[in-house]
Design a protein around this ligand. Structure first.
Ligand SMILES: [Zn+2]
Length: 187
């Protein structure tokens, strides 16, 4: 299986390692053990590393749901968490193109989420602003969004505020651009 090195699976492996190497020290960090799960999504930009566990659980559950909606009989789940993406790709290999594109978008978003959860914000900087195409978006952990700091872009926005983008939006833009390149080279 030739998986690109910087994939959702690779980032998940990295994140699992990160979690093991950063034991929890604060009381709040142990909140994942409480009976009630937090209502707010905790995925991106996690400041407290134990939320990583919750994040891993959530993302894996999302992959399983997505896979089963595309293929009701996807075969047994893999033992290793990081193999969930390979499992998903194999189960959806013959799915319609739009389903595969949705899957690829989800996997790309997970790659970003896993990287951010492990404290790596450079994955965001590599993106251009979807609106003005300026390079170098900045991750804003407080709002869990990427921000374009280009002033012209903010001025065009009308209210002078910097534009912000969700990870889902960045993933959508990225996968759509890849698809456009494939189509362009095929004609
Ligand atoms: Zn912009």
């Amino acid at each position: 299986m030739n998986q690109p090195e910087d994939s959702a699976a690779a980032r998940l492996r990295q994140l699992t390692r990160y979690h093991r190497e950063h034991p929890v020290t604060s009381a709040e960090g142990h909140s994942y053990t409480s009976a009630t799960r937090r209502a707010t999504p905790t995925a991106p930009g996690l400041p407290i590393n134990v939320r990583v566990l919750e994040h891993i659980d959530q993302t894996i559950a999302e992959v399983i749901t997505e896979t089963r909606s595309a293929n009701p009989n996807p075969g047994p789940l893999p033992d290793d968490n990081a193999d969930i993406y390979r499992w998903c790709v194999e189960a959806t290999a013959t799915a319609p193109e739009h389903v595969q594109q949705r899957r690829d978008t989800l996997m790309y978003r997970h790659r970003l989420e896993h990287a951010l959860a492990a404290g790596d914000t450079t994955v965001i900087r590599r993106h251009r602003c979807p609106d003005c195409q300026a390079p170098g978006l900045f991750w804003q952990p407080a709002i869990s969004k990427a921000m374009c700091v280009n002033r012209h872009c903010a001025r065009r926005n009308g209210n002078g505020r910097h534009r912000t983008f969700s990870l889902a939006r960045l993933a959508h833009e990225y996968i759509q651009a890849q698809k456009n390149v494939r189509h362009a080279s095929a004609t």
